[in-house]
Design a protein around this ligand. Structure first.
Ligand code: AMP
Length: 283
């Protein structure tokens, strides 16, 4: 694996590879890697001779400075895991490298409705920060395929929109890979490292509450299912930001289901100070 810290050097190296007809898959991450991240690397490796993975804890997407300060950093272990997964390139830029002009935002991305709901509503400015960093990264890497995890369902929609806004959609395909889970159903997440043993025991109730909807949902009014799932979590001591049943394509809330519309159920909940998100597409 080759490690780059400078954008210009990585950009040039990638240009040379492209001249030689090689396609590039790209996996952006914030590090503290787990098997969920590696599943994206593996999907990229299958489709492309070169996979670029980036690790950058992006300050502009944290609306809560404590969350930023406490974000886990395990870089040595990350390097070993990426090497073992056969990653060609690791891009490990500094904040200055990504934001040479400082952290102040130059561009406002017109994300519309997507930014007003769920994560957008509860983490103001979050998706603007995500778009800021991903624009920089896409312009450096210019990937043929961008690999994202369904774990961040709304983020996948935001980034598909960003790729269009940047008019990169003809060059860069966006591929969403399924959420990898622990054996007890908890979605793998870097933030799981912050759970103490008692919280870790409760955390799988998130998946349980999503499954409750999948198993019980019937056409008609959905409010009672939503309330029941919410109470499953509240009884365990979770504090909810949202628990929503929404249209799988638009994320508009669905209150009355015709039994045909594709649905996704999404949750964000705190266990003490740790905020966890998850979702389940209802098939
Ligand atoms: P992060 O480092 O949390 O910003 O995540 C980097 C990428 O990995 C994003 O596209 C995430 O959606 C994806 N990801 C995170 N957790 C998982 C998971 N459990 N399964 C699959 N992909 C994941």
């Amino acid at each position: 694996m080759i490690l780059f810290k400078k954008s210009a050097e990585l950009h040039k190296w990638i240009d040379d590879q492209r001249q030689n007809g090689k396609s590039i898959g790209f996996v952006p991450t914030m590090g503290a890697l787990h098997r969920g991240h590696l599943s994206l690397v593996k999907a990229s490796n299958k489709a492309h001779p070169i996979t670029v993975c980036s690790i950058f804890v992006n300050p502009t997407q944290f609306n809560d400075s404590i969350d930023f300060d406490l974000y886990p950093v395990t870089i040595e272990k990350d390097i070993d895991m990426l090497e073992e997964a056969g990653t060609a390139i690791l891009f490990l830029p500094s904040v200055k490298e990504i934001y040479p002009g400082g952290l102040k935002q130059k561009e406002k991305y017109p994300l519309g409705y997507l930014e007003t709901i769920l994560e957008g509503k509860f983490r103001p400015g979050h998706y603007q920060g995500v778009c800021q960093v991903v624009q920089q990264l896409l312009e450096i890497v210019k990937p043929d395929e961008l690999f994202l995890g369904q774990k961040d369902y709304q983020q996948c929609m935001v980034l598909a929109k960003l790729v269009e806004l940047l008019e990169m959609h003809e060059q860069t395909r966006v591929t969403v890979s399924p959420t990898l889970r622990e054996p007890d159903g908890l979605a793998m997440s870097s933030r799981n490292m912050r759970l103490n043993s008692e919280e870790r025991k409760k955390a799988p109730f998130i998946y349980y509450s999503l499954n409750y909807i999948r198993e019980h949902i019937k056409p008609g009014k959905l409010e009672s299912f939503r309330i029941r799932s919410q109470s499953i979590l509240e009884e365990q001591g979770f504090k909810l930001d949202y628990f929503e049943i929404a249209d799988a394509k638009t994320l508009e809330p669905v209150n009355d289901w015709d039994g045909e519309q594709d649905l996704v159920t999404l949750v964000a909940a705190y266990l003490n100070d740790v905020r966890l998100i998850d979702n389940l597409v209802l098939d």
